[in-house]
Design a binder for this molecule. Structure first.
Ligand SMILES: [Zn+2]
Length: 386
């Protein structure tokens, strides 16, 4: 190392706080913003660059040449002091991303921190913390995959998220904020700025897909739902630990993907279905973006007769990478596309059935109609063919 600044930067990178990305926490950051005075990972450096040099000036820690004044700046500030300033007032309902979070969430977190300085000026958070939001989102049709603009209104005071086909008419649907789940859905929709909203309707889950061209707007909707959920939980459970409440706001699906499953009779063949695990609900669909699952299995606790096992029972047909899900009502024979996938499914499902039921879990179990008969929307237990 002929350049003394190279050595100084290498030493700074070893300091606590500087050894992880200032924005997402990824280990061993290789980039820096030398005007802000922080070390960041490759992904976050891309976002910093996209904000323009009037906000952030990005440099590689070893491949670029450093001026003395630039080294001084990162020594003066560093990741810990920068966080204390730029993250001073992050509202607790805000989802701080990590390196595995959806890209749009990471991007908007970085823009909120440095471009809009939302956490230094809390009044700039009013869009998503106020408990009310309205605006147009593009919504995918229930049967028709085309997206249409729909007006959405979020109202924390009466726990509703409504959407309208015609503005002055009755809402097309009224969702309870406290009962819905929302997650980013870039892989399924092919759009970074998209959300999947899932809720229970007449005993079955309904999924809707929405997007907005601006990533800030879609992220604000996501955050507004989280903030409204938190405020309602704080009112309902005034003594509760905030950390416990935060874990209930929104949940990314622990796993989704195609599996083959048999029908209820031994002679039934394996059919390809899209499986989504959402909390204690294991849903299966014909197509990944179907508005309703064909069936949903509530996953109770091991003490109630729920079990997950490698392979199929003796005599049953094994379709490659099979495994068995035992519930008190029925045994499901499932099969993955590869062994690694099978092991992942077994691990995530085992984790769910090992976890004790919460009161909210029990209420979902009571309302969920386990099967959906395609010929009769009023579901009937045990009469579906799938
Ligand atoms: Zn990062």
């Amino acid at each position: 190392m002929a350049d003394p600044n190279e050595k100084l930067i290498a030493d700074l990178l070893k300091k606590p706080g500087n050894n992880i990305c200032a924005d997402c926490g990824a280990k061993n950051p290789e980039w820096a913003s030398y005007n802000i005075g922080i070390f960041i990972c490759t992904k976050c450096a891309g976002v910093h660059r996209s904000m323009g040099t009037h906000i952030s000036k990005v440099k590689h820690t070893t491949l670029d040449k450093w001026e003395d004044s630039q080294v001084s700046r990162v020594r003066e500030v560093g990741n810990i002091a920068s966080k204390l300033h730029f993250e001073e007032r992050v509202p607790s309902c805000y989802r701080k991303p990590n390196q595995d979070s959806p890209d749009v969430l990471i991007e908007q977190w970085i823009r909120a921190k440095y471009e809009r300085e939302e956490f230094c000026h809390p009044e700039r958070q009013s869009h998503y913390v106020s408990g009310f939001m309205e605006g147009f989102l593009m919504k995918r049709g229930k049967e028709d995959p085309k997206y249409q603009p729909r007006k959405f209104v979020l109202n924390e005071a009466d726990d509703t998220l409504k959407y309208y086909v015609k503005e002055n008419k009755e809402p097309k649907a009224v969702l309870r904020i406290s009962e819905l789940n929302v997650s980013f859905a870039p892989a399924k929709t092919g759009n970074q700025n998209s959300l999947q909203i899932s809720f229970l309707k007449d005993g079955t889950t309904r999924h809707i897909y929405v997007y907005h061209n601006e990533s800030e707007v879609i992220t604000n909707w996501y955050l507004a739902i989280r903030c409204a959920k938190l405020h309602r939980l704080q009112v309902a459970y005034p003594g509760a630990n905030e950390q416990d409440l935060l874990s209930q706001l929104t949940k990314d699906f622990p796993k989704e993907g195609f599996l083959w499953k048999t029908g209820p009779r031994p002679s039934d063949t394996y059919k390809k279905r899209w499986f989504t695990l959402d909390g204690r609900k294991l849903m299966y669909h014909e197509d990944p973006m179907d508005a309703n699952p064909k069936g949903e299995i509530f996953l109770g606790h091991t003490s109630e007769g729920y079990a997950i096992k490698m392979g199929v029972p003796p005599g049953a047909r094994d379709q490659g990478y099979s495994f068995t899900l035992q519930t008190p009502d029925r045994t499901y024979l499932l099969s993955a596309q590869a062994n690694e996938d099978r092991i992942q499914w077994i691990q995530v499902l085992q984790k769910v059935i090992d976890r004790p039921l919460t009161p909210q879990d029990a209420s979902i179990a009571a309302r969920l109609v386990r099967k959906r008969n395609p010929d009769n929307v009023k579901s009937c237990y045990g009469c579906a063919k799938d």
